[in-house]
Design a protein around this ligand. Structure first.
Ligand code: BGC
Length: 748
């Protein structure tokens, strides 16, 4: 396909038509010029290809395809290679099904545990989200199937999702919400980005030039096409001018007519239209030229893979008395409907139709001593006394009880935010009741986001499976009985209560305005800064063995911000089982002139160790690891000074730390005015130089230390530093001309 040639031969009508879909899932063809129509499908944790009735809510049937653990579980693996392989498997299914683009992954940030779609998003941490996304996209696109990063951007709630306005300051937007997209766009070159429904700071994404063009294309070098979320288009012509390429779905030709009229009356330069059409054609070309007619997929093989992935993602939250793993000869009572009908995926557009689903009750049948009783009805909140009684009998007769619990479908779904963190009362009641008759209780959780655990002190172990995909049953059983060793770490904080959460006061906003007032302090950035106790911290996850950290070394102790630094640490398996540890590297700016989190994740690596084995893990930090976003530049900036490199097993289990001195190569340009203070002037190199060259003693007090005495010295110093320059004139330290001269020198 020669895109320039095709563009030259397309009529205005054909070009305008190309800017919206043919139907729910396809681009338009231009048959006379050999441009085929290609298909995009939902995912992202598998393929939702609809061949019958279309819908964007996951209601109508789609073809049979593998359903992998959903985003929070995938992120909890902290395993780049694993996520890459998940991308490859889904890419292969897409290729075999002639699907050109998968609508995912979803990388919005978990601003609140209440977001109804958190089960589709990776983490509260932008670094982790970006790393996981990058690998997912690389894996998917290695099969020559496009990824579509969604939902760009600041789309962290379902309440009024199609109209709400996310009001976010620039630093927060860059450091948290855009940061999740920045690296994947730069590094994994996704075919596409999906603009979200909402507004950011008063402008809908579908017509937001700043976000779609200035940031995405001009700064980050995005070369793919921007597609709307389904129905997110606003003013179509304004959208094209802002950098929006494709409107989905394509239902009627109203916007096509508007585009034609805008080109004819000159409001839309035809070159701008050609750009959008060119971007869409490049996608079509990429797919057609790389289409692999021979691609096939094996549903059974992918289902087996789903179990392997789920075992790598599960997070062992608590394991007192080392109750897990269970002995295969122990008498074990499985209780809870989720053991039989597990919840393994979320509701809405990501809904997959798997060929096979495994459940724990079935998977445990090979063990003679495992019984199953229902305990509760998943669809109901009511305590079922009959079922509970049966369950208590089973519990009494068992050595260990495993309760399968979590959130039912209706509790977390696209389009609706949660109202609280509670599990259904019948499940909480059952757990409390069983804990009264058994000392050995394990809770297995199936949920897409944190839940409150009022029973946490009554149970010995908690295994968080998340929504673990279609082979959840086999994965769970192999983890429970020690055939696999849990190695996941939480990609989000589990708070003690909803009122502790950072955005509690502002979520989901009022009258359609969602003010992100907590700023950069979300997730552990908030809990650590405010020293709030949590149920389980970010990065937490246990294993059936223990690891010891030693010999933390930095390749340098002093660097310029343009240099990289290598951090190495020795990790040893000091337990009896083979297992995997996620080595986490956090960075802290020890003293900073702007507010910064106590620590931020900047590197991680998962290592496998046999009992007694040790390995040296070496990870690299670069400028981005030390920087914050400085709107006055504007850009990423490192403040000169000391940073602490913390290495640990979770954000609240830091094992070793070391200091490095980083020197900035960049000064923030400041325009000094009559209202600038001496403190501001003296905080810049330029300011200090000017004051020195003027041999000025204006930054010092004319009183001697003895005259002032102890308390007054501090007071006078503070007042001198905070005094605006104009007051030097009113207090007679200089005249107006001298002030003008000083300002000129400072700003020259
Ligand atoms: C969702 C998207 C999805 C699209 C198509 C929208 O409602 O927000 O994530 O890809 O529908 O189904």
């Amino acid at each position: 396909m020669d895109i320039n040639k095709i563009l030259g031969e397309m009529t205005l009508e054909e070009k305008a038509g190309m800017c919206s879909g043919r139907d729910f899932w396809h681009t338009k063809a231009v048959e006379r010029l050999g441009v085929p129509s290609v298909m995009m499908c939902d995912g992202p944790h598998g393929l939702r290809k609809q061949e019958g009735e279309d819908d964007h809510l996951g209601i109508n049937e789609s073809i049979k395809a593998v359903s992998f653990p959903t985003a929070p579980a995938l992120a909890s693996s902290f395993d780049r290679a694993l996520v890459h392989s998940v991308g490859e498997t889904i890419g292969n299914e897409c290729q075999a099904e002639n699907v050109a683009l998968l609508l995912g992954p979803g990388l919005n940030i978990k601003r609140s545990p209440l977001c109804g779609r958190n089960f589709e998003y990776f983490s509260e941490d932008p670094y982790l989200s970006a790393e996981i996304t990058t690998e997912f996209v690389k894996g998917l696109q290695s099969k020559k199937v496009g990824a579509c990063l969604k939902h760009y951007v600041a789309n962290e709630q379902e309440t009024l999702r199609m109209t709400s306005d996310s009001v976010v300051d620039e630093r927060t937007l860059r450091e948290i919400y855009l940061a999740a997209f920045e690296k994947p766009v730069r590094e994994s070159k996704p075919y596409s980005v999906m603009c979200s429904y909402n507004m950011v700071n008063g402008e809908f994404l579908a017509e937001n030039r700043y976000l779609l063009t200035d940031v995405l294309r001009d700064e980050w070098g995005f070369e793919g096409f921007v597609v709307t979320d389904w129905g997110a288009v606003q003013d179509r012509v304004k959208g094209l001018l802002a950098g929006l390429d494709l409107e989905m779905p394509g239902i009627n030709d109203g916007n096509q007519k508007k585009i034609i009229a805008a080109v004819q009356d000159g409001t839309l330069p035809e070159a701008k239209l050609d750009e959008a059409v060119g971007n869409i054609l490049s996608f079509v070309k990429r797919y057609s030229e790389n289409r692999d007619e021979n691609a096939v997929f094996d549903r059974e093989k992918d289902h087996t893979k789903a179990a392997d992935v789920a075992t790598e993602c599960a997070v062992l939250l608590k394991n007192e008395k080392n109750l897990l793993p269970l002995s295969k000869s122990a008498k074990v009572a499985f209780i809870g409907e989720f053991a039989e009908n597990p919840r393994y995926q979320g509701s809405g557009s990501s809904h997959i139709n798997p060929a096979f689903i495994s459940n724990a009750a079935e998977a445990a049948k090979k063990m003679e001593n495992v019984t199953y009783s229902k305990g509760y009805i998943a669809k109901s909140e009511e305590i079922d006394e009959g079922l509970e009684k049966e369950a208590l009998e089973a519990a009494k007769n068992a050595d260990v009880v495993v309760i399968f619990a979590g959130l039912p479908n209706s509790y977390e779904t696209e389009g609706v935010d949660r109202k609280h963190l509670d599990m259904p009362q019948n499940q909480n009641h059952l757990i409390e009741a069983v804990s009264k008759v058994s000392q050995n209780v394990v809770v297995v959780l199936h949920n897409g986001a944190p839940v409150a655990m009022p029973w946490i002190n009554s149970v010995s172990s908690v295994l968080e499976m998340y929504l673990a995909g279609d082979n959840v049953g086999n994965a769970t059983v192999s983890l429970l009985f020690g055939d696999a060793n849990p190695s996941g770490k939480l990609a989000e904080t589990f708070p003690l209560r909803l009122t502790d959460t950072p955005s509690y006061m502002f979520y989901p906003g009022e009258r359609g305005i969602a003010e992100y007032r907590e700023g950069i302090y979300i997730g552990y950035r908030y809990y650590d800064k405010r020293e709030v106790d949590v149920l389980f911290p970010f990065g937490h996850g246990l294993c059936y063995t223990k690891f010891e950290y030693s010999e933390l070394k930095l390749s340098k102790t002093k660097i310029m911000d343009t240099e990289k630094i290598a951090v190495s640490v020795k990790v040893k398996n000091i337990g009896q089982a083979e297992g995997k540890e996620v080595v986490q590297v956090y960075v802290q700016d020890v003293m900073s002139s702007v507010g910064r989190p106590v620590r931020e994740l900047k590197q991680f690596e998962k290592v496998n160790l046999k009992p007694g084995e040790e390995k040296v893990v070496t990870l690299e930090l670069d400028k981005q690891s030390f920087a914050y976003y400085e709107p006055r530049l504007p850009g990423w900036h490192v403040e000169s000074g000391e940073f602490s490199i913390e290495v640990g097993s979770s954000s609240r289990d830091i094992r070793l730390s070391a200091k490095v001195e980083v020197e900035s190569t960049q000064e923030i340009p400041i325009l000094f005015t009559r209202h600038s203070t001496m403190g501001e002037i003296m905080s810049t190199q330029k300011g200090r130089a000017v004051m020195e060259s003027m041999n000025s003693r204006r930054a010092e007090s004319s009183f001697s230390a003895e005259q002032l005495g102890e308390g007054a010295q501090e007071m006078v110093k503070a007042m001198m530093m905070e005094m605006p320059l104009k007051n030097s004139v009113s207090f007679g330290a200089m005249n107006e001309e001298q002030l003008e001269g000083l300002l000129q020198a400072l700003n020259s």
